[in-house]
Design a protein around this ligand. Structure first.
Ligand code: 5AD
Length: 348
């Protein structure tokens, strides 16, 4: 197994068959080895600095009905909210004071958040914070909309493809959603010039090793600037309520594979991983992650943005908890960077 890991580190690629062996034959010792290799690569590219992104959850209203997601349209048991412009700007103001230089506006595909409204919001943030990066994570939009947001000052866009396999996509989403459309959006985003992020949930219902290999190969082809990898976690009010969570081991194995294949990519230690186990964030960083995204949403709304059960949004997962986060990072030899942390392709 180690020979595949060494090869992956050197050549940044493996054949589907080699990937299959790595994914199916990875015991505890192999996992420690690949995590270490990936950590070394991240240290070489980013030093011991972890970029922070302030996550502002702008709306939990959504027109979609994804079977895994707690804010799906078909969930009648959540209180819906939408932040107004002033309240988004307030979040930015607080975040800026705390040292954040990237704001991530994330939300469901909320029909009331029109293209005009998003464009105006981006323009205002751009005007107020010329030195900050603006990341959007608002789902599938038209190419024209993506272009308008970009011109208004957005720099980055997060849109996980969730799974590259058509039939698995069907298992996760109702028929009116299309995997092809999702991939088209990603192509548009890249083409427009966004630093583009994609990714998957690890251990989502129906996911096989073959699906994961497809995802790895797709990401290799797309060359996204950001890669978001977190465990699937069930939400009690969804059709997938009874499915088991993805595992820590598989999640950090994949984090390491992606780090070895994409040395300069921005890879977060996700909130889902931190929710799954108490030291999830640290385990993610020690497996090659270099970004964390503390929650900067208004306190009263946080609990309403529940994508999965018990989603962490307090302590080190929160913007007010930066001191706690800094301490936790220090214990593993890392520190927070308050740089914008744009993608830079590094040679070597
Ligand atoms: N478990 C883990 N991740 C989830 N997401 C949505 N629902 C869940 C869940 N139940 C992830 C999706 C989406 C991102 C914003 O959150 O991958 O792209």
């Amino acid at each position: 197994m180690k020979q595949w890991i060494d090869k992956l580190r050197q050549e940044r690629t493996l054949s589907p068959e080699e990937l299959r062996q790595l994914l199916t034959g990875c015991d505890a010792e192999t996992l420690r080895y690949i995590n270490k290799q990936a950590q070394e690569v991240a240290l070489r590219h980013f030093g011991n600095k972890i970029y922070i992104r302030g996550l502002i959850e702008v709306s939990n209203c959504c027109r979609n009905n994804c079977y895994y997601c707690g804010i799906r349209k078909g969930n009648p048991n959540i209180e819906r909210y939408r932040l107004n412009l002033e309240s988004i700007l307030d979040c930015c103001r607080q975040g800026y004071k705390l040292g954040f230089r990237t704001f991530v506006l994330q939300g469901g595909e909320d029909p009331a958040l029109t293209d005009d409204r998003i464009e105006m919001t981006v323009a205002r943030i751009r005007q107020n914070y010329p030195d900050c990066a603006i990341t959007l994570s608002l789902g599938e939009k038209s190419r024209d909309a993506y272009e308008r947001f970009f011109r208004a000052g957005a720099n980055r866009y997060l849109l996980r493809h969730e799974t590259h396999n058509e039939s698995h996509y069907r298992q996760l989403h109702p028929a009116e959603m299309s995997g092809k459309q999702r991939l088209q959006c990603l192509a548009d985003l890249k083409d427009i010039g966004y630093q583009t992020g994609t990714g998957i949930m690890v251990g989502s219902p129906g996911q096989t090793v073959e699906h994961i290999i497809e995802d790895i190969l797709f990401i290799e082809k797309l060359q996204p600037e950001m890669i978001g990898i977190g465990p699937f976690l069930p939400h009690h009010d969804t059709p997938f309520a009874q499915y088991p969570s993805g595992t820590v081991e598989r999640t950090i194995l994949l984090l390491s594979i992606f780090r070895l294949m994409h040395p300069s990519a921005l890879i977060p230690a996700t909130t889902a991983l931190a929710t799954l186990i108490p030291d999830g964030r640290e385990r993610g960083i020690l497996a090659g992650a270099n970004v964390v995204m503390p929650n900067l949403s208004p306190r009263e709304e946080r609990r309403k943005y529940e994508l999965y059960n018990d989603k962490a949004s307090l302590g080190a997962e929160s913007a007010e908890g930066l001191a706690t986060l800094q301490k936790q990072l220090n214990t593993i030899g890392y520190e927070i960077s308050t740089e914008r942390g744009d993608f830079k392709r590094t040679t070597d």
